[in-house]
Every structure is written in C-alpha cells, then in structure tokens.
Design a protein around this ligand. Structure first.
Ligand SMILES: Nc1ncnc2c1ncn2[C@@H]1O[C@H](COP(=O)(O)OP(=O)(O)OP(=O)(O)O)[C@@H](O)[C@H]1O
Ligand SMILES: Nc1ncnc2c1ncn2[C@@H]1O[C@H](COP(=O)(O)OP(=O)(O)OP(=O)(O)O)[C@@H](O)[C@H]1O
Ligand SMILES: [Mg+2]
Ligand SMILES: [Mg+2]
Lengths: 256, 256
C-alpha cells in the first residue's frame, strides 16, 4: 500500500510547494514501475504549473472534483514528463471548496474517500497544501500517513507551530489516528547566521527536525520559471544535493 | 477622513505583515496627534505579536469580534509602545470566521461596518491580510480605499496576480467602487540577479509598480524576533532606508 505524505504549514511561503516538487521528482526516479502522485490542493496551482506546465485545468479534472465527491477516474490523473510521476492538478475553484465542505457531514473525509483506491496504484502520494488550516488542509491531514513540515528560521514560522501541533492532535484524536508527524525540515536556511545559531536549538526541542537543511538558492526560482525540478535544472548544485539527502532521511522516517 | 490601506496577496510569505509593521510605524511617527491603526486579520497573529508583544488576545478583543458584528469599543483598540500607533489584534479564532461569514447575508460587509467610525479617529488604517482570497480578505478589500500588493520576483508570486486582479475587479463592481490598486512593490528584492532583470520589465507591464524595491536583510528577521520595527532596531540600514522611500511613494500615491 502506498504512503500518503502531506506538506503542510499554515505559514505562507515556507517552501511547501517546492518540497512537493523536488521530493516527488526524486521519488519518481527511484524504482522503475513504482509510481508517484502529487495532489495539488492549493488554488494558487503552483505545483501544477511546474509539474504539468500549465495551470488552467478545468475543475472536473482537478482535486476540486475529488472534494466534490466525483468518482475518481483517469481524467484526474495527469502524466508528467517523468514516466513514474503523475499529478492531480489544483484549480482556482478550490477557493470555493471551503463553503461546500463546511456545510457537509462528511466534509473532512472527501479526499480520504478518493485516496483509498489510489494507494494501491501509487507507492507515494504527496499532498501540497495551501497556507492555512482550512478544511482543505484538514482533508489532507485526515488522508495522510505522515506530515512533513517545511519551516524557516523565523519568528513567524515558529509561532505557527503551536497551532499546527494542536490541529494535528485533534485530527489524530477524532479522524485519523495513524497520522504521524514525520518531522520538520529547515528551508531557505543559512546555518551561519546568528539568528539560526540562536533559534535552531530551540526548534529542536519543540518538534522532530530532520538533520538536512535546504539552503537558499536562486536556482530554485530559475528552475520553477523553466518548469523544471532542480535535478533537471542544476543537478550538481548544493540545493539539489540537500534535497537528495533530505529525501533519504524522509524515506527512512516513513519506511520505519 | 482616514484612509484604509489593505496589504494583500494570496501568495504566502511575500512580506504583507512586514510591510504593515514597517509602514504603520513610519506613519505613526509622521505627525503629532495623527493616529494610525493596524488591524491584524490573520489567524497567525504575526503583526500582533510584533506590535503588541503577545498573540494571546481573547477573541472578544480582536478583529474576530468585529467580524462577529460586536460593537466596536475601546477594548478592541490596543495601544502600542508608539504614542500614535494602535492595533486591533488578530486571534486564532479567525480560522473559524470563514464559516460564519459565508453563511450570512452581510458577510462581506462586516469589517466595513466597524471601520466607518474608526476613519474619523485614525488618519491611516492598515489591514494585514491572510495568505488567501478568503472571505476575510474580501472583507478587507470591501473596506479599503487602496490595495498595496507586496510581490516577490518569483514565478509563483507573479502567477497569483491574475486571480488577485480578477478579485479586485469583482469587488470594485459589486461592493466597493472606490477601491483602487495603489500599486505593487518588490520585496526581498535583489536587482542584480538575472532573474530580476528578466522578470521586472514584465511585471511593470502587468501592474503599477512602485520604484522602490525592498532588499532582503536578516535584520528584518532579527527585528521581528525582538518585537521591534526596523527603524528602532537598525535605523541606518539599507532596508530601513528602502521602507522610508517606499513610504513616501505610497503616501504620494494615496494622497493624490
Ligand atoms: N531553497 C530555496 N531557495 C530559494 N528560493 C526558494 C527555496 N525554496 C522555495 N523558494 C522560493 O520561495 C518562495 C516560497 O516557496 P513555496 O512557494 O514553495 O512555498 P509555499 O510554502 O508553498 O508557499 P505558499 O504558502 O504560498 O503555498 C517561492 O518563490 C519559491 O520559489
Ligand atoms: N525584506 C526582508 N528581508 C528579509 N526577510 C524578510 C523581509 N521581508 C519579510 N521577511 C521575512 O520573510 C518572511 C515572510 O514575510 P511576512 O511574514 O511578512 O510575509 P507575509 O506575506 O505576511 O506571510 P503570510 O502569507 O504567511 O502572511 C518572514 O519570516 C519575514 O520575517
Ligand atoms: Mg505552495
Ligand atoms: Mg502575514
């Protein structure tokens, strides 16, 4: 059975989408025949734009349809340039998901419903979440085996952790007891600053933190612009190497 | 009558809160007796944490109460260390605002209702918005005279502009004809990169862009950690100077 991994943090701009793109690309390159899926749950459709090259998928071919209880079919699963990597795109209509999910009895379980058949087809499923603790993000947490939290060394990013941990505790208690926090990882990270040296030990006491930090690099922005993952765009770069190391750590944590 | 200025962009982490903190601090230092207000509309309460030194305000003293139609009173207006600067704090309960606002006939107008008496007391009111085009952000746009859009030079940040412009057009047509886009400004900006040189001309064609770009500086993170604005923490820094220049440009644009 495939594992489901949510990238979530209600703090905006911490690197959720970037991690979903890079880690899924690495996963898809691991083993012939072992398929990987990315589900874009953000109305911004950033992961969709990079992995599928466009963002204008109709709602009925997107993750919006799954939240609407439409029956999952091959029209939702879009192939990418990588043989083993598929994407269920986001849609601008996801902005409206909040209102129909809030109004329904099974609003928190819609995504989980659609994911069960997919876990047989895909070895890893990455969920890219919007920057909020909205019902869409709750759907992701209810459907996930593991939560991966991208984190910047910043007051605002750290202050959000309490609300995230509380939300996870409630989801575990009420809806999905198997959900585990795989850990947090530092993004756009510069270990040399005083800020980092002062704050990182404090973070470690608060949440399990992967050893590998992802450095800031303009190559990431350039790769996004060219709709490429970092391994195609700058395979020998430090940031590509950091994502490879993080991937090994994450796989260890979730295979355990 | 005071002017209302919304800092909004559904792309996360582009510098909305930072701009609200820095520009409001500058505004409050302008003229004796000319009061300035910041309203934190984000459940993350980042602006609240820096300007008021804590984030645990009860819902009935926060912006949540205004969205709940509670009558505005002095218990919502919290003084800061600066004589002329006041804050209506955010609250974690804002996460729930979406559900009751969506369900009500006047859901889009709640904030505007509370703001009309405040425009007589304050010369400038800054609204710090969450990273989404949710009903809370719509409340801010419906209540505002001007929209200020912080923008990073990045594919994801730019792609969000279309949805933002569409939302503004709808708000102008249906709810608030006086809403104007004062302009966008570049944050965490390095003009020397190839990326910037390639993208900035394209941005200018798409949206009015202030001349002043705000450079990236770790001093901003450090100031936030110490709950200070950049002018108290590092008054001679390049980033403090950039915010001063941006402030002059913004004031020109909205006084016109
Ligand atoms: N290691 C990195 N180095 C440089 N830039 C990065 C890095 N990781 C992410 N970025 C850039 O930082 C910005 C934020 O990253 P990203 O969009 O992945 O975060 P997010 O958490 O998904 O944002 P949102 O909350 O809006 O969904 C993007 O412009 C992205 O290209
Ligand atoms: N000029 C700058 N230089 C360096 N860091 C900055 C700068 N401006 C903002 N930051 C940092 O970048 C991060 C994002 O900024 P900020 O939180 O203000 O953005 P935001 O748009 O309000 O985010 P959100 O979408 O989560 O509300 C914060 O950690 C902040 O301290
Ligand atoms: Mg994202
Ligand atoms: Mg903010």
């Amino acid at each position: 059975m495939g594992k489901v991994l949510a990238l979530a943090n209600q703090k905006g701009g911490v690197g959720k989408t970037t991690a979903a793109i890079e880690l899924s690309s690495l996963a898809a390159a691991q083993k012939e025949g072992s398929r990987v899926l990315v589900i874009d749950l953000d109305s911004q459709c950033n992961a969709t734009a990079v992995l599928l090259g466009r963002r204008d998928f109709p709602a009925e071919e997107s993750s919006f349809a799954l939240l609407r209880k439409e029956k999952l079919s091959s029209r939702h699963l879009h192939p990418t340039s990588k043989k083993e990597l598929f994407v269920i795109p986001g849609s601008i209509d996801l902005i409206e998901a909040e209102s129909f999910l809030l109004g329904s009895l099974d609003g928190f379980f819609r995504l989980q419903e659609s994911l069960s058949p997919l876990k047989k087809e895909f070895s890893l499923i990455f969920l890219d979440c919007p920057p909020s603790l909205s019902v869409v993000t709750i759907n992701a947490l209810v459907s996930s085996d593991f939560l991966l939290i991208p984190l910047q060394v910043s007051k605002f990013s750290l202050e959000g952790l309490t609300a995230m941990k509380d939300t996870v505790a409630t989801v575990q208690k009420r809806y999905n007891p198997q959900l585990k926090i795989a850990g947090a990882f530092l993004t756009m990270y510069d270990s040399r600053t005083n800020l980092a040296q002062a704050m990182v030990p404090e973070i470690r006491q608060y949440i399990p933190l992967f050893k590998t930090g992802i450095p800031r690099s303009v190559l990431i922005e350039e790769a996004h612009l060219l709709k490429q993952d970092i391994f195609s765009y700058a395979p020998k770069s430090k940031v590509a190497e950091a994502f490879r190391q993080l991937f090994v750590e994450v796989m260890d944590a979730i295979q355990g």
